[in-house]
Design a binder for this molecule. Structure first.
Ligand code: MTE
Ligand code: HPA
Ligand code: MOS
Length: 768
C-alpha cells in the first residue's frame, strides 16, 4: 500500500531546483496586460476626486479601472459585504487601492499609476486596539462562550490575578506573493489562474464583480508557493481586478504583487489584546477565568469572526477550566484586513493560557510542568463549549516528550549552569497542545473528487483541495493508489479547477486530506465496484464483491492466483460500455455547533502534541540560542511520515518566528513600516536548532478518518510556545526571587532585555 509510506513530495524536485511553475511562471500569453494599483496615502480619508487622465494619456496604457468600471458588485467581502474592491468615497487603510492602471507591461503600469491624481481629505484614523475599544469600533457583535459561574468562582478562589497581555500579528511571508492571470475568450467566459486556497470563492467573486454567472468563470489554482491562510480569502480581490481588466480590454491580464505591495496591502495574523481575571487554588488548579479578547481585525470583516471564534474555542488549550466566561471583540481599525493564518486564532489564545499557567507556577513556586499536569483534561471531561473529550492523547504525548528529552535530568543541569553563569542563562519548558480539527462553520466540512481512467489505464486525479507545499497532492495520490490497488506512477494529479470539482471549501483548517481524502476514496470505490463487475466476468466468477484490487491486478480474494491485470480490466470495461470516470463526495458526520448557546460538537476530533525546548540567553545582547527541541506529535496513522515531519518542522519554525522574531510594525500614520525582509525578520536556517527531534505517536490510528490518519497542517505551529516559555524560564533565573515574567510577544532581543531588567528590578526592590 502506498498510504503510510514516506514517499517524497510530488513536486520535491521542482521545488529544490527552482523549476516548479507558479501562476506567474506560466508560459506567457501574447499580449497579456499588467495591472498596477494606485494607492491612497492616508489611513483614513474622504475621496474628493480621482483624475486618471494623465495616466490614460501615456503610451501603452489601455485603461485605468476605477469603481465606475464595475458592472457587478464593487465588493469582495466573502462573509460580510463590507470590503469595497475599489474605494469610491472612503479610504479605510493606508495603501488602499483606488484605481488600477492596465498597461502593456509592468514598467508602464507603474509609471502611469504615479500619474493618477488623487485628492483626499485626511481624517483621524483608529490605529490601535485600545483606541478601537475607546471608540467602540467593532466589526459586528462580540462573541461569548461560558461555563459555570466565573464571577462567583473568582470571589471564592484562594488566589486571584488581574492581567493584560498584548501580542503582535504576523506577515505570511509565503515565498510566492499574490498573483492572478485572467484570460477571456471572445464569448464572455473567463479562465482565472489564481494563487488561491479557495478556487470556488475566487470564481464566485470574479463572477459577481463582473456581474456574470459563475458558470462563465473557471478558476484554476496551480500549486501555490505557500498560502498559510493568507490566500484563503485574500486572493479574491486580485483575481477580480485582473478579471475587470480582461473584461474591459478583451485581452489577458495579470496582477502580481511584488513583496512590498504584498506586505502593505494584504492582511496579517490578528494582533490581539487580552484582559482577564484569573482564580486558582493553592495547588495551582485553575478555578475561574473571566477574559475578554480584542483582536485587531483591520478595516473589513474578512474571516475575523470565525478566527475569533476559534480563539474562544482554544482558550482552554489542554486544560479543564471549570468556570469560564470569555468574550471576543473584533476591533475595526484603519489597517489591512487581518485574515486567516496557520492556527486561525488558536495560537493567540493558546499562548495566553500557557502564559497564565507559567504565572501560576511562579506565583506558587511550583514547577510549571506540574501545574500543566494538574490542570490537564481527563478522558470524558467536557470542554467549555460542551464537547466531550474521548481518546485524549495528552498524557501519551506528554510522557513521551518528557522521556525523549530527558526533561528532569536536564532541568537539574540547567539549574547548575545558571548558578555558575551570571551573563548566560538557560531555560527549559514543555508545552502541550490539543487542537480541534474541522471547519468550525460546520457546513464547510465537505469535499469532492473526480477521477478519470483512460483506456490505456492511465488516470487523472482531481480533488477539490489546493496544494500550497503542505503535500496534499502527494497524500491524495497515495490515497487513490491505495484505494484502487494500483501503482502511484499511473496517476497524473491535475491542477485544482472549479470545472472539475465545483463548490469546494477552502483548503484550510488543516482538513485538506481528511475531507478530500475521503472524497477521493469514495470516487475510487465507485470505480472499483464498476470494474469488479467487468473483472468478475473475465475471471468467470459470480461474486464481484469478493474481488481484491492490489498491485495492479484484480484477483479472487480466496484464490489470488486467479487474476487479471488492471489494464486488461479497464480495456475490457470500455468495450462493455462501462463508464470509466466517477465523482466522489464526502461530508464530515455528526458535528454541529449552536452559535446562540455557544455549545455543540464543533470538532470531529482533536490533534495532540507536546514539545520540549531549551534556550540559552545572552544577557549582553538579549539574543538567544535554541539549543534543543524534542517534539512528540499525534498524527494518527500517518499517511506519509516524511511529509508529516516536514509539516511539524515547518509549522514549529513558523511559530517560533511569530513568538520571537517577527516584529510587524505600523507607523503612527498607519503605514506599514516593515515591508521587506530587511526590517521584518523571519526565521532562517540559522534559527533551526541542531537537535530537532520529532517522534510521531505510534500505533494511534484515528477511527473514522482517512486511513486512520490525523490532520497536521496547523497544530505544530502552536507547540513553538514551548520556546517562549523556555525563554521566560531563563529570564526568571536572572533573579533569585520568585516572580512572574513579563515578556513581550514577539520576544525580540530588545524585549528580552527589557524582561530581564524587570525581573532584576524587582530583585533590587526586594533586597534594598
Ligand atoms: N505548509 C506549507 N508548506 N505551506 C502552506 O502554505 N499552510 C498551512 C498548513 N501547512 C501551509 C502548510 C495551513 S494554514 C493549513 S490550514 C494547512 O497546511 C492546509 O493544508 P491541509 O489541510 O492539507 O493540511
Ligand atoms: N479554520 C480555517 N479556516 C476557516 C475556518 C476554520 O475553522 N472556518 C472558516 N474558514
Ligand atoms: Mo489555514 S490558517 O486554515 O489556511
Amino acid at each position: 500500500m502506498t498510504v503510510g509510506k514516506a514517499i517524497k513530495h510530488e513536486s520535491a524536485i521542482q521545488h529544490v531546483t527552482g523549476s516548479a511553475v507558479y501562476v506567474d511562471d506560466r508560459v506567457k500569453i501574447e499580449g497579456m496586460l499588467t495591472c498596477w494599483p494606485v494607492l491612497a496615502k492616508y489611513a483614513r480619508a474622504k475621496v474628493i476626486s480621482i483624475n486618471t487622465k494623465p495616466a490614460l494619456a501615456m503610451d501603452g496604457v489601455l485603461t485605468v479601472i476605477t469603481a465606475k468600471d464595475i458592472e457587478g458588485k464593487n465588493n469582495t467581502g466573502a462573509i460580510v459585504s463590507d470590503e469595497v474592491l475599489l474605494a469610491e468615497t472612503n479610504i479605510s487603510y493606508a495603501n488602499q487601492a483606488v484605481a488600477w492602471v492596465v498597461a502593456e507591461n509592468e514598467d508602464i503600469a507603474r509609471k502611469a499609476a504615479r500619474k493618477v491624481e488623487l485628492e483626499l481629505k485626511e481624517l483621524k484614523p483608529i490605529l490601535t486596539i485600545k483606541d478601537a475599544i475607546k471608540q467602540k469600533s467593532y466589526h459586528g457583535e462580540p462573541q461569548k462562550m461560558a461555563r459555570g459561574k466565573a464571577k462567583q468562582a473568582l470571589k471564592n478562589a484562594e488566589n486571584t490575578m488581574t492581567n493584560e497581555f498584548e501580542m503582535s500579528g504576523q506577515d505570511h511571508f509565503y515565498l510566492e506573493t499574490h498573483a492572478s492571470w485572467v484570460i477571456p475568450d471572445n464569448e464572455g467566459n473567463y479562465t482565472v489562474y489564481s494563487s488561491t486556497q479557495h478556487p470556488s470563492e475566487t470564481q464566485s467573486t470574479v463572477a459577481h464583480v463582473l456581474g456574470i454567472a459563475s458558470n462563465r468563470v473557471v478558476c484554476i489554482s496551480p500549486r501555490m508557493g505557500g498560502g498559510f491562510g493568507g490566500k484563503e480569502s485574500q486572493a479574491n480581490p486580485f483575481a477580480a481586478i485582473a478579471a475587470l481588466a480582461a473584461s474591459k480590454t478583451g485581452r489577458a491580464a495579470r496582477v502580481r504583487l511584488n513583496r512590498e505591495l504584498d506586505m502593505k496591502l494584504t492582511g496579517k495574523r490578528h494582533p490581539l489584546l487580552a484582559k482577564y481575571k484569573l482564580g486558582f487554588s493553592n495547588t495551582g488548579k485553575i478555578e475561574a477565568l473571566d477574559i475578554n479578547l480584542y483582536s485587531d481585525a483591520g478595516w473589513s470583516t474578512d474571516l475575523s469572526h470565525a478566527i475569533m471564534q476559534r480563539s474562544l474555542f482554544h482558550i482552554d488549550n489542554s486544560y479543564f477550566i471549570p468556570n469560564i466566561s470569555i468574550t471576543g471583540y473584533a476591533c475595526k481599525t484603519n489597517k489591512t484586513s487581518q485574515t486567516a493564518f496557520r492556527g486561525f486564532g488558536g495560537p493567540q489564545s493558546i499562548v495566553i493560557i500557557e502564559n497564565i499557567i507559567d504565572d501560576i507556577a511562579r506565583t506558587l513556586d511550583i514547577a510549571a510542568d506540574k501545574i500543566r499536569e494538574t490542570n490537564f483534561y481527563k478522558e470524558g471531561q467536557e470542554t467549555h463549549y460542551g464537547q466531550v473529550l474521548n481518546d485524549v492523547r495528552l498524557e501519551k504525548v506528554w510522557k513521551l516528550a518528557k522521556a525523549n528529552s530527558n526533561f528532569s535530568r536536564r532541568k537539574a543541569a540547567i539549574k547548575k549552569f545558571n548558578a555558575a553563569n551570571k551573563y548566560k542563562k538557560r531555560g527549559l519548558a514543555i508545552t502541550p497542545l490539543k487542537f480541534g480539527i474541522s471547519f468550525t462553520f460546520t457546513i464547510l466540512n465537505q469535499a469532492g473528487a473526480f477521477i478519470l481512467i483512460y483506456t490505456d489505464a492511465s488516470i487523472q486525479l482531481n480533488h477539490g483541495g489546493t496544494e500550497m507545499g503542505q503535500g496534499l497532492h502527494t497524500k491524495m495520490l497515495q490515497v487513490a493508489a491505495s484505494s484502487l490497488g494500483v501503482s502511484y506512477e499511473r496517476f497524473r494529479l491535475m491542477p485544482t479547477a472549479t470545472d472539475k470539482v465545483p463548490n469546494t471549501s477552502a483548503t484550510a483548517a488543516s482538513s485538506g486530506s481528511d475531507l478530500n481524502g475521503q472524497a477521493v476514496k469514495a470516487a475510487c470505490e465507485t470505480l472499483k465496484s464498476r470494474l469488479a463487475n467487468v473483472a468478475a466476468n473475465m475471471l468467470e466468477l459470480n461474486a464481484p464483491e469478493d474481488l481484491s484490487f492490489e498491485n495492479d491486478f484484480v484477483s479472487a480474494k480466496n484464490n489470488p492466483k486467479n487474476k487479471v491485470s488492471f489494464n486488461d480490466v479497464v480495456a475490457r470495461a470500455y468495450f462493455e460500455q462501462v463508464s470509466l470516470s466517477a465523482t466522489g463526495y464526502y461530508r464530515t458526520p455528526n458535528i454541529y455547533f449552536d452559535n446562540e448557546s455557544g455549545k455543540g460538537v464543533p470538532f470531529y476530533y482533536f490533534s495532540y502534541a507536546a514539545a520540549v525546548s531549551e534556550v540559552e540567553i545572552d544577557a549582553f545582547t538579549g539574543m538567544f540560542k535554541l539549543r534543543q527541541v524534542d517534539i512528540v506529535h499525534d498524527v494518527g496513522k500517518s499517511l506519509n511520515p516524511h511529509i508529516d515531519k516536514g509539516q511539524i518542522e515547518g509549522g514549529f519554525v513558523q511559530g517560533l518566528g511569530w513568538l520571537t522574531m517577527e516584529d510587524f510594525i505600523w507607523a503612527d500614520n498607519g503605514h506599514v513600516a516593515t515591508f521587506a525582509p530587511s526590517t521584518y525578520k523571519i526565521p532562517t536556517i540559522a534559527e533551526i536548532p541542531e537537535h530537532f527531534e520529532i517522534e510521531l505517536l505510534e500505533k494511534s490510528p484515528q477511527a473514522g478518518v482517512i486511513y486512520g490518519s490525523k490532520a497536521i497542517g496547523e497544530p505544530p505551529f502552536m507547540i513553538a510556545i514551548s520556546v517562549r516559555e523556555a525563554l521566560k524560564d531563563a529570564i526568571a533565573s536572572f533573579s533569585d526571587k520568585n516572580q512572574t515574567v513579563n515578556l513581550a510577544l514577539p520576544a525580540t532581543p530588545e524585549a528580552t532585555l527589557a524582561a530581564i531588567e524587570k525581573v532584576k528590578a524587582i530583585d533590587e526592590i526586594k533586597t534594598s
